[in-house]
Design a binder for this molecule. Structure first.
Ligand SMILES: Cc1cc2nc3c(=O)[nH]c(=O)nc-3n(C[C@H](O)[C@H](O)[C@H](O)COP(=O)(O)O)c2cc1C
Length: 306
């Protein structure tokens, strides 16, 4: 009898200990609540921190920095606008930039049409990505069509194609595709490159030389174009019409602002053999050095041209 009453007392005591009290239940619910809410808050904060970090990184790495030409008037550098349109020869752009990397007083801004950008997406050693090109010496910006319309324009905002033109001492379009050649010859301006060309100061009235930096063509800025296209495209009569406009009406040789580097003959990337290949990129480098009067401190050219 005594044993069983002691056992009952013990069981009651155990039940008291094991059964959750109301206070314990509240504590458990509160703990679960804090774990869930705290965890969710942590995740939201972490995510927003990551986004913020990504945004900051993007801003730092931006390959198309905003441009106000007036901010660069006294930088003492030659300003080269290097543009490429949709030809295979776009893959020579990194070679041209690399060859100009010995000059410390050269600033290059690179422009691509949407078609041209396809050729430089990091798909092979000779076709680095835009991010890789942006890191090359002297490259101070890479611009695509969408950079013109980054945000809805309001009064006071700069206009990219005008700022690029004001900024440039020399523009080089290498390669110039048949399509972009046609646009230039007809005065069409439906993308960034053709807008810069269309807004070019053909008279030399607006854009003056900056202190200590001579302009290439008798005190005037100018554009060099290097057409590149399939042989059949090159021999098409419409190409002749467009080229005549550039050669005869706008050429620097007759007081104009445009210089044409004629295509050469070779087996093209498409397999056809004949005229239409872009002028050798090494010659384009030599032309840039010559027109911008680039020289090293010792007076020599930075690149042998071989
Ligand atoms: C792989 C590939 C290579 C091309 N190569 C040339 C070329 O060498 N020259 C040319 O005029 N068009 C070439 N084209 C066609 C142009 O990219 C196309 O006409 C385009 O609309 C040009 O646009 P853009 O002048 O705005 O860059 C090529 C197209 C492809 C898909």
């Amino acid at each position: 009898m005594q044993v069983s009453s002691a056992r009952i007392a013990l069981e009651e005591r155990l039940n008291q200990l094991v059964q959750p009290t109301p206070l314990l239940g509240v504590l458990v619910v509160a703990a679960v609540f804090f774990v869930i809410v705290g965890g969710a808050t942590f995740l939201v904060l972490a995510a927003s921190r990551i986004d913020l970090q990504a945004w900051t990184d993007h801003a730092k790495r931006s390959i198309a920095p905003p441009l106000k030409a007036a901010d660069h008037i006294n930088d003492g550098k030659h300003h080269l606008l290097l543009a490429a349109t949709g030809s295979v020869a776009t893959i020579k752009i990194p070679n041209i930039i690399e060859a100009l990397s010995n000059y410390d007083d050269l600033s290059i801004r690179v422009l691509f049409t949407d078609s041209a950008a396809n050729f430089l997406q990091g798909q092979s050693g000779e076709q680095p990505s835009m991010a890789q090109i942006a890191k090359m010496k002297n490259v101070d910006g890479i611009y695509h069509d969408e950079d013109e319309w980054r945000k809805p324009w309001v009064r006071g905002d700069s206009i990219l194609h005008i700022e690029l033109r004001r900024w440039a001492d020399l523009m080089v379009i290498a390669p110039l595709s048949a399509n972009s050649l046609a646009k230039l010859a007809l005065g069409l301006s439906d993308n960034l490159i053709s807008s810069v060309v269309r807004a070019w100061d053909a008279t030399g009235i607006l854009d003056q030389a900056r202190p200590g930096v001579p302009l290439p063509y008798d005190g005037k800025k100018g554009i060099i174009v290097a057409p590149a296209m399939n042989t059949a495209m090159w021999h098409h009569p419409i190409t002749g019409e467009h080229m005549r406009r550039l050669y005869e009406d706008w050429s620097v040789d007759s007081g104009g602002w445009l210089e044409v580097l004629r295509p050469t003959e070779k087996e093209l990337a498409c397999g056809d053999t004949g005229s239409g290949a872009m002028h050798d990129w090494r010659f384009i480098v030599t032309a840039i050095e010559s027109r911008l009067q680039l020289s090293l401190d010792n007076g020599e050219k930075g690149w042998s041209g071989t």
